[in-house]
Design a protein around this ligand. Structure first.
Ligand SMILES: [Zn+2]
Length: 87
């Protein structure tokens, strides 16, 4: 999906000021001076399945370090324990 959001580069002004003391500004390269930028996103419709996964490691794990060593939880346990928000 696409929405228009305030340009994050120029904070919606359409201009970039290089120095606080300056009285001139350059047209924003991202929004071309409009102050708006298109934002594309995929709407969340529920957690999808990741095929071929048997084990799930915690967020802090280093992938290579844990590979085949610390099988924290099974994918089935992940699906049961970590409940996604309602779409
Ligand atoms: Zn801009």
């Amino acid at each position: 999906m696409k929405i228009l959001r305030e340009c994050t580069n120029c904070e919606g002004t359409g201009l970039i000021k290089f120095f606080d003391f300056a009285d001139e500004a350059e047209i924003c390269v991202i929004c071309k001076g409009t102050g708006a930028e298109e934002y594309f996103y995929t709407k969340y419709t529920g957690r999808k399945e990741l095929r071929g996964i048997n084990y799930v490691l915690p967020i802090t794990s280093t992938r290579i370090y844990n590979l085949g060593i610390n099988k924290e939880i099974t994918y089935k346990e992940f699906q049961e324990k970590i409940i996604p928000p309602e779409a």
